[in-house]
Write a protein that binds this ligand. Structure first.
Ligand SMILES: Nc1ncnc2c1ncn2[C@@H]1O[C@H](COP(=O)(O)OP(=O)(O)OP(=O)(O)O)[C@@H](O)[C@H]1O
Ligand SMILES: [Mg+2]
Length: 499
């Protein structure tokens, strides 16, 4: 039986200048349900959740909470009404401690006679973290000491501290490893058991189908449909999101896994900090080399090292032409490209336009006798935007304003434009909707066929198995095992080497 409606969203529209992010959307949010909010990149999911959680007001429309008008002035106000959200983009403040991040805006709780009782604050923070099973984060530490994943968990603690009855999770699981994800699932189940509501945004259909009791589909800012659990059916959901039937294979369908003998990149005994402890590998021309493992196995650091982004403690990375990669600049000059897992922090200049971000690694290619014309830049960017179907108003728009998935596409576009011969992709399809994901896989396969080489670091096993010619599984900073492409390769076989 369906729970009673707690929140009514009525004819909400939201414009950002010329962009109509939401158009006349009405939905009911019921008590005690886990509700999936789904749709392609830029379909308005984050916008809708931001309005519900008080980040900004709607342009038109109203909301009702328990039958009364609900118009949150800001996120604090929404929290007072029992609604809180973990935002898609990074939400902790650097420069302050973990505890300060948890109690941001709630410091008053610890003030006595005008003085903040820090000891009490730290204790309370520790308690709040332990409550949801987080033990290895010290509330007194500066937040910057922690990884993206750990900071995300601090955000979770902050959002839960107000004991919300509607909890909104905007693509948090994409930023987390399996362990972090399990923690979120546990929290979600606990909230449901307490008859509270979770609004859950994710691009992982499997995950959604498993945990949600209903799904709301948005497309281009418009409400499309609502599906109850018994109506969940993968092809149907995809069709509703994309607006057309998706046909053909998702991953490549060949199993020969062949590539040239030519070695384009050779890593020897690579050591990076504490995380990579002696990795040697060879990348062939026209090869898609998958690298998998648990998130802390060293694979992300290895990817950076191969691109000259981190100092090696020991070992070397050498290209076919004999050049030894020691810096990012040198890597780019040698036609290497790198898509970072943390796209906002490492891969994009958020305050610059799509155009500026896209042309950056290709400046030398675009220049004729040292001059680059505005037209050449525009044409080039337009081509990439079209190729990647980046949803934007204009190419001079700041990257900051793009939806999460569209930011990722800009990163991809900029390295492809560079005509990179070697691409290092760290979790390339993270936060990308299914339509574009399929396109990216096709693109990778096409690049392979053209003789370009790809290293794909991924936490998603189906993607590794589906796309790689060869897979290296890493564990504790070393290569644990190598698998050749084969139709019989199973996820279980890989997992066994990972843990
Ligand atoms: N602050 C902003 N200024 C201008 N445009 C914006 C802003 N925020 C969002 N948009 C635009 O509104 C549309 C909807 O974006 P939204 O972030 O809600 O999409 P989404 O469904 O969350 O996508 P994703 O899956 O990529 O996270 C997009 O076209 C986006 O570019
Ligand atoms: Mg979003």
């Amino acid at each position: 039986m369906k729970g009673k409606t707690v929140l009514k969203v009525l004819n909400i529209s939201k414009d950002f200048g010329q962009t109509h992010a939401l158009k006349d959307v009405s939905v009911d949010i019921e008590q005690g349900e886990i509700i999936g909010l789904i749709g392609e990149n830029g379909s308005g999911k984050s916008t809708l959740s931001s309005i519900i959680s008080g980040v900004y007001p709607a342009t038109k429309g109203t909301m009702e909470l328990d039958g009364e008008t609900y118009l949150p002035a800001n996120p604090m106000d929404a929290q007072k009404h029992g609604i809180s959200m973990i935002a898609q983009e990074m939400g902790t403040l650097p420069g302050i401690r973990v505890a300060d991040n948890i109690f941001l805006g709630k410091e008053q709780l610890f003030v006595k006679k005008g003085v903040v009782n820090r000891k009490k604050m730290y204790e309370e923070a520790k308690h709040a973290m332990e409550n949801i099973g987080i033990e290895n984060i010290n509330p007194e530490d500066p937040i910057t000491r922690y990884s993206l994943e750990e900071r995300k968990l601090v955000e979770v603690v902050r959002a839960l501290y107000s004991d919300p009855r509607i909890f909104i999770v905007d693509e948090t699981t994409t930023a987390l490893s399996q362990k972090g994800r399990n923690l979120i699932y546990q929290i979600i189940r606990k909230l449901k058991a307490e008859n509270k509501t979770v609004l859950f945004i994710s691009h992982d259909l499997e995950e959604l189908m498993e945990i949600c009791s209903k799904m709301i589909v948005l497309r281009d800012g418009v409400y499309i449909a609502e599906l109850q659990k018994e109506e969940f059916q993968e092809d149907r959901i995809k069709e509703l999101m994309v607006g057309r039937k998706l046909t053909g294979d998702y991953y490549r369908s060949d199993y020969d896994g062949s590539c040239s003998d030519e070695i384009v990149l050779k890593g020897t005994d690579i050591h990076v900090g504490e995380s990579v402890k002696g990795v040697s590998l060879e990348l062939h021309k026209g090869e898609i080399l998958g690298i998998g493992g648990l998130t802390d196995c060293g694979m992300h650091e290895l990817g950076k090292a191969l691109f000259g982004n981190t100092q090696l403690l020991y070992g070397q990375v050498v290209l076919q032409n004999g050049e030894r990669i020691k810096s990012e600049k040198q890597a780019i000059k040698n036609r290497m490209g790198y898509v970072s897992k943390n796209r906002d922090q490492e891969a994009l200049i958020l305050s610059a336009s799509i155009l500026d971000n896209t042309v950056l690694p290709s400046l030398s290619k675009l220049s004729k006798a040292g001059l680059i014309t505005k037209k050449a830049e525009r044409d080039f960017t337009n081509k990439q935007v079209e190729k990647m179907s980046i949803k934007c108003r204009e190419i001079t728009q700041d990257v900051r304003d793009l939806s999460g998935g569209n930011k990722q596409k800009v990163v991809f576009g900029k390295w492809l434009g560079n005509e990179s011969e070697i691409l290092i992709l760290d979790c390339p399809t993270r936060g990308i909707d299914i339509g574009v994901k399929a396109f990216m896989y096709q693109l990778m396969y096409q690049l392979k066929k053209e003789g370009r080489s790809i290293i794909m670091i991924s936490e998603e096993l189906p993607e590794l198995i589906g796309m790689s010619d060869r897979i290296l599984i890493m564990k504790d900073g070393r290569v644990q095992k190598s698998f050749e492409r084969s139709e019989s390769l199973s996820e279980a076989a890989l997992i066994q080497e990972m843990v």
